[in-house]
Design a protein around this ligand. Structure first.
Ligand SMILES: Nc1ncnc2c1ncn2[C@@H]1O[C@H](COP(=O)(O)OP(=O)(O)OP(=O)(O)O)[C@@H](O)[C@H]1O
Ligand SMILES: [Mg+2]
Length: 236
C-alpha cells in the first residue's frame, strides 16, 4: 500500500529522519515504536505532506506522492490522526466528524451520512455526545473522536500518532480493541505508539526508530521476544 525509501526530513540543520525505509502492506497494522524524538511523528508528517522531505521517495499504491500538498494526499485516501488529537474544541462532535469527511467526500451527502452512522456505531459514546462540544469530552472520548474523524474520509490508509497518549489503561484497551476491529474490516493502519507493549500486540509488522533511523524491524511476534526490545522498550 505504502512504500517509503531513503526518507530524510530536516528542521533547519537538525535532521529528524536520516534515511528511513519502510513498507505498510494493505490490510495490516504497521507499527512504529521508539523513544522521544526518534522521528516517529516526523515520518507520519512527511507521509501526509505536513513537513517537507529533503530526500527519498514515498509511494502510495506505486504512485509517488512526494511534493504533493496535504489536501491532495488526503484526497488520495491517506487520513492522519494527529498526535494530541487536534480537534475543533468549540465545535460539536457531529461537526468535527463532518469536517473529517470534507476533504474527500464534500458533495456526497448520502455517503457522508452513511459513514457517520457507521462511525457512531463503532463509537457509541460519540452518538451519545453527538451535539456536545468536542472540548467538553474526556481524553478518551476525544481520542475516539479524533480516530472517527479520520475514518470519516473512508481512507485507504490511516496514520495514527500515539492514540494511547495520556489515557487510562482501560481506555487504552478500548482503543486497541477498535484498532483490532478496523484491521478485521481490512483497514490499513500505520500506528505510532510509545507503549511498545500495545504496539507489539496489535501490529503485523513493527519498526523500531532510533535517532532518525530504523534500528530494528520484524513481525510483532518476533520483536516481542527480541531481548534488546524487551530490555529497551518492554521494561525488562
Ligand atoms: N518543528 C520542529 N522544529 C525543529 N525540530 C523539530 C520539530 N519537530 C520535531 N523536531 C525534532 O525532530 C526530532 C524528531 O521529532 P519527532 O517529533 O518526529 O519525534 P517523535 O519520535 O515523534 O517523538 P515523541 O515520542 O516525543 O512524539 C526531534 O529531535 C525533535 O526535537
Ligand atoms: Mg511524536
Amino acid at each position: 500500500m505504502l512504500s517509503v525509501q531513503g526518507l530524510r526530513v530536516a528542521y533547519g540543520h537538525a535532521e529528524a529522519l536520516r534515511g528511513v525505509d519502510l513498507e505498510a502492506k494493505g490490510g495490516e497494522i504497521t507499527a512504529i515504536i521508539g523513544s522521544n524524538g526518534a522521528g516517529k511523528t516526523s515520518a507520519l508528517m512527511a507521509i501526509s505532506g505536513l513537513v517537507p522531505v529533503t530526500a527519498g521517495e514515498i509511494r502510495l499504491e506505486g504512485r509517488s506522492i512526494l511534493g504533493m500538498k496535504p489536501y491532495e494526499i488526503a484526497q488520495l485516501g491517506i487520513a492522519h490522526v494527529l498526535e494530541g488529537r487536534q480537534l475543533f474544541a468549540d465545535q460539536t462532535v457531529e461537526d468535527n466528524l463532518l469536517l473529517g469527511a470534507y476533504t474527500r467526500l464534500p458533495h456526497d451527502r448520502a455517503r457522508v451520512a452513511e459513514i457517520m452512522e457507521r462511525e457512531m456505531n463503532r463509537f457509541p459514546i460519540l452518538q451519545r455526545r453527538r451535539h456536545q462540544f468536542a472540548g467538553n469530552l474526556s481524553g478518551g472520548e476525544q481520542q475516539m473522536l479524533a480516530i472517527a474523524r479520520g475514518l470519516m474520509s473512508d481512507p485507504k490508509l490511516i496514520l495514527m500518532d500515539e492514540p494511547s497518549m495520556g489515557l487510562a489503561p482501560l481506555v487504552v484497551q478500548e482503543i486497541a480493541r477498535i484498532l483490532r476491529g478496523l484491521r478485521q474490516e481490512g483497514s490499513t493502519i500505520i500506528l505510532v505508539e510509545q507503549m511498545a507493549s500495545v504496539a507489539l500486540q496489535l501490529a503485523d509488522r513493527v519498526y523500531v526508530f532510533e535517532n532518525g533511523r530504523i534500528k530494528l524491524s520484524g513481525t510483532g511476534i518476533q520483536l516481542a521476544s527480541d531481548p534488546e526490545v524487551k530490555r529497551a522498550y518492554l521494561g525488562g
